[in-house]
Write a protein that binds this ligand. Sequence first.
Ligand code: GLU
Ligand code: MG
Length: 445
Amino acid sequence: MTVASGSGGSLRERAEAAGTSFILALFVDLAGKPCAKLVPVSAVDALATEGVGFAGYAVGAIGQQPSDPDLMAIPDPASFTPIPFIKDGLALVHCDPHVDGVPWPFAPRVILRALLARAAAQGLSLNVGAEVEYFLVTRDAGGRPQPADPADVAARPCYDARGLTRMFDHLAAVSTGMNALGWGNYANDHEDGNGQFEQNFEYADALTTADRVISARYLISMLAEQRGMTATFMPKPFADRTGNGLHLHMSLWRDGVAGFPGPDDGPADPRGLGLSALAYSFVAGVLEHASALQAVAAPTVNSYKRTNATSTSSGASWSPKVPTYGGNDRTHYVRVPDDQRVELRGGDGSANPYLAIAGALAAGLDGIGRGLDPGDPGKAGERPPLPRTLLHAVEAFERDDVLTGALNAAGPGVAEYFADLKREEFFAWHGAVGEWEIERYLTAF
Ligand code: GLU
Ligand code: MG
């Protein structure tokens, strides 16, 4: 069954073609929380023209006070996504929040649009493929998460055909849903942590992929709940296992022509990666701004337990500690699997995909604008290691005009608001007395 509306058209036409009865008008706050109102298809014309109103302060981190006027979520019909495999007749549509008739600069989708417009002004467009990793868990008697599959205890669980098969019903439901939507799911695997999985879909333009990451998290969560499990995208739910990455495969295009492969008729790339000068400058920009970029690609306290993991029970963390780039080698911050794209491996499952992509694009465009070169593969050079904590990342972010400029791309004050939120998040965690402190200090003195 194909439920994708495919051919385009107005929101009403798409909803009617898909047999939709209800539409989730959806957007996320800066933290990536999916917020929606459920709109019956009888009200689709008003939804399409006026949008649907929200009390912005109640949404979460989106720059509004209780006294502010309504945030109006205006749907983007191209993002219409029928999801009858969640509930019969249900669809979702991604929205651009507006206030007083103008796009709201604190809305992540509005921010990414502004960065894409900046690239377009230079004749460039961005394609992105995202790898969504997650754990399927239940809670034990003490409320701690544990792998939902009690047999998933192997020391080296990655790619285990048996662990994969035991989760077949869930994985197949997600895969079938993705393919019905035309996302092109091409692989599903058991990842390197017990209880951890990844389900891949094809790359698309940056905005579509960011929307799909949000949709995928929602769909995977709902389908897991239907089977009595919780899907978590938390960066590091288990200290001794690999974390949840959100690897972003990025490529710039000019007039529909891939901009990253080196010229066929030019001199061979002496570094052997087959990349163009444009690609090297993009990579150099990403590396130069890596510390600040991590504040949006790895935006939680928990993120820094993934990127700074010293070891895991499987022997590798597969997540970077230093901002290096290299060929087909998964230990780098930026991997170059082939000459078509570069893979940013610093981001994790808590990343807001709109902001992570906007930040990476801003960093890459800065590298291009300044004609930067990343130096030889495999070497960090003068670049500092990645931030050790969220607080370090926030401080690097505040010092970085390119990354703060990215968050302020649609209007001022967003970067400062974001940095304040994230600093407070760090101190809220720091202010709690945890198990580690009790173990270490209770009888130490
Ligand atoms: N789970 C690893 C991470 O946190 C990545 C494993 C992989 O390369 O797929 O980034
Ligand atoms: Mg993976």
